[in-house]
Design a protein around this ligand. Sequence first.
Ligand code: FDA
Length: 391
Amino acid sequence: MTRADLVVVGSGLYGLTVAERAADRGLDVLVLERRDHIGGNAWSEVEPETGIEVHRYGAHLFHTSNARVWEYVNRFTAFTDYVHRVWTVHRGEVFPMPINLGTLNQFFRSAHGPDAARTLVAQQAAELVGEPRNLEEKAVSLIGRPLYEAFVRGYTAKQWQTDPTELPAEVITRLPVRFTYDNRYFSDTWEGLPVDGYAAWLTRMAEHPRIEVRLDTDVLDRGHDLHRDRLVGQVPLVVTAPVDRWFDDSHGRLGWRTLDFQQEVLPVGDHQGTAVLNEADESVPWTRVLEFRHFHPERTHYPSDRTVVVREHSRFAGPGDEPYYPVAAPADRERLAGYRELAALERGLGVHFGGRLGTYKYLDMHMAIASALTFVDNELDDLLAGRPVGA
Ligand code: FDA
């Protein structure tokens, strides 16, 4: 492709959706990707020793209640009937998550029905009077102290490397407790995993003849001939790179948490009997163990004598780390306001920021896709014509 009508920076689900929809409308789209593969954090690969599909950037479970998104993704892949369920280990005992009637009755050694359990939790949550001053108080006000101490305290402390009494109450708005035995993790209308894997799904999205992808292309690398400064103002741009880095961290770095993945092939057919086992206690340094074979029980070619497990450790991201979850502390929110002002100015030069890095928001896959479809519906024409939004 010698010329492009639109350049998309980043080939995650936001960038790929914009690229695919724009190409379908007859535009020539150039996608520039820093990594050596497309697909962003949803990418998966096959572990060579076992043939087991591993999600390279952490477990990705697709779920949505958005009919348009469901119809759209099904153009590129079919989905299995996998239903996600999670268990957690606390003091050597395994409990179902999210907290439900099964968890409550196991934990309190009781046989309560829904009403009795609701009353019990409400009584325990009434311990706290007044506005919660920190995450611990907020959690206690929602589910009571015993459940908080068992299932929230240690896990949260590990996730944030911070004692919950020192975390702001706003980090949680709700802690779901189900007064039924329903232990489905998601309550969306549709869920499942791509039948032949994430890599195959994402690759199909990029296969449109009007899309050209260039890998190993970091547009913030000054040495590159496709550097940001050579693109802005020359061609309409959709940017899913981190908004702070795009503006040379001029308002300071936005805070992210990252994950370290400790991957191992074990010489057993089944290590833990399920895909995700959380570790609620602080005495265990990792937050959860993923066993990837369980995401695809229908795959008969997986070996019966080996399995792949990944232990996840959570920490604050340093400059060279992958940014995974926005910290969104008050200082971050102030910085973000500054970047939003810069982004609004850049819009006048034909640049649109989208996706989780471009907007500094945690987005599930269906949210990234929905937001990209809405952008194409409502704003792409203006961007291409060099008009301000909605003019
Ligand atoms: P994404 O980060 O995927 O893509 C951005 C792309 O831009 C990347 O490929 C990056 O390399 C590229 N890029 C960045 N800077 C660049 C530069 N300077 N030049 C060129 N390219 C650049 N969702 C869900 O629905 N179910 C789930 O179970 C999970 N699980 C999950 C686990 C973990 C650990 C994380 C971090 C996230 C999830 N998600 C999820 C969320 C899911 O990953 C998310 O919805 C998508 O990644 C969003 O796609 P984006 O395109 O916005 O970003």
